[in-house]
Ligand binder design. Structure first.
Ligand code: ATP
Length: 335
């Protein structure tokens, strides 16, 4: 059956990297149908709204979106369009793979192949309970962890391990100090882990995790953790393997999933053909896994690796002299 994907071309370098990504997907002869929908500045200009109703309706119907970075103008009604999308579709799992790639300016050009799964809806990032005292001397914020929120994120991690053949889930916490919140997360995580005897589970305190990630990242397979720790750890992992130009991410909920590049709209290089399309291409590979095409996802990742190995038409950020589309064509020739 043909799968329909909502495509959001986005702002800044968004349209360029989306053209490049769709060119590569086109060369793969997948049974996909694309439905274009606007969001961000483009949508504001065309429809007078940052997130038009028809865009939300498209995602609700297709349940899968491939999205370029978006600009949220100040005073646009949202603090961030991305946060609003997560909230509206209850996209509770933020899934960020970090894989080493050859010929990148990274600390680990081999040996890293891990996925960070961050709880996306609660923890320290809830909007309530942010208070500063009248004299400006004391600030307080609330962290909320729930059994339901913890259970569904940890279950997502173990299910992903099972479905992708990964072997180990590391539960990252700070329950020794944050006894109530991190303590509840750890307790629930242990209960869920016990239901997956086929997957190895281990526990690690967040500060030690950071040190271990820098010293020997190859020991990690899947990491699951709460919102704030996951935010920090997923960027740390992106940094280990070559930075944001190669970092994809997905936000996944029960009823919808949005796949995207982690980097922003890069207005400094927009419209110049300089943007590296790999992060969005790797997000497309995550999407192919999600929609039940894991062989095609592997094919796409292998073509990216082969192109990097051959140093064929790489963009300037990777030390090459190619442009966004010539890089995409070089990848497309290897799928
Ligand atoms: P935003 O406000 O949308 O977050 P930004 O420019 O502040 O945009 P990024 O878009 O993440 O933040 O860019 C940070 C730096 O990385 C910029 O110098 C940008 O040119 C560069 N960069 C980001 N993405 C890419 C890419 N895909 N290819 C090449 N360079 C990139």
């Amino acid at each position: 059956m043909t799968q329909t994907i909502t495509v959001i071309r986005g702002d800044g370098i968004g349209p360029e990297i989306m053209d490049a990504t769709l060119h590569v997907l086109g060369a793969m002869n997948l049974d996909l149908h694309y439905e274009e929908a606007d969001a961000g500045l483009v949508a504001l200009e065309k429809h007078g709204e940052l997130l038009p109703a028809q865009t939300m309706e498209s995602i609700r119907r297709t349940r899968v979106a491939l999205k370029s970075p978006l600009t949220t103008p100040v005073g646009g009604g949202f603090s961030s369009i991305n946060v609003e999308l997560r909230r509206q579709f209850d996209l509770y799992a933020n899934v960020r793979p970090a894989i080493s790639f050859p010929n990148t300016k990274s600390r680990f050009a081999s040996g890293v192949d891990l996925i960070t799964i961050r709880e996306n809806t609660e923890g320290s990032y809830i909007s309530e309970g942010q208070e500063v005292s009248a004299d400006g001397e004391t600030a307080v914020s609330i962290t909320r962890i729930t059994r339901t929120g913890s259970e569904r994120i940890v279950r997502y991690a173990f299910e992903l391990a099972r479905s992708t053949g990964r072997k180990k889930v590391t539960i990252v916490h700070k329950a020794n100090i944050l006894k109530s919140t991190s303590g509840l997360f750890l307790k629930v995580a242990r209960e869920v882990a016990a239901q997956y005897p086929d997957i190895e589970a281990n526990e690690m305190i967040v500060d030690n995790t950071c040190m271990q990630l820098v010293m020997s990242p190859e020991q990690f397979d899947i990491i699951v953790t709460t919102n704030l720790f996951g935010d920090i750890i997923s960027d740390l992992c992106a940094g280990l393997v070559g930075g944001l130009g190669l970092a994809p991410g997905a936000n996944i909920g029960k009823d919808a999933a949005i796949f995207e590049a982690v980097h922003g709209t890069a207005p400094d290089i927009a419209g110049q053909g300089k943007a590296n399309p790999c992060a969005l291409l790797l997000a497309a590979a995550q999407m192919l896994d999600h929609i039940g095409k894991p062989d095609d996802a592997t094919r796409l990742r292998k073509a990216i690796v082969a192109t990097l190995e051959a140093k064929d038409s790489l963009t300037g950020d990777l030390g090459g002299s190619g442009n966004t589309m010539s890089f995409a064509k070089a990848i497309a020739s290897r799928v």
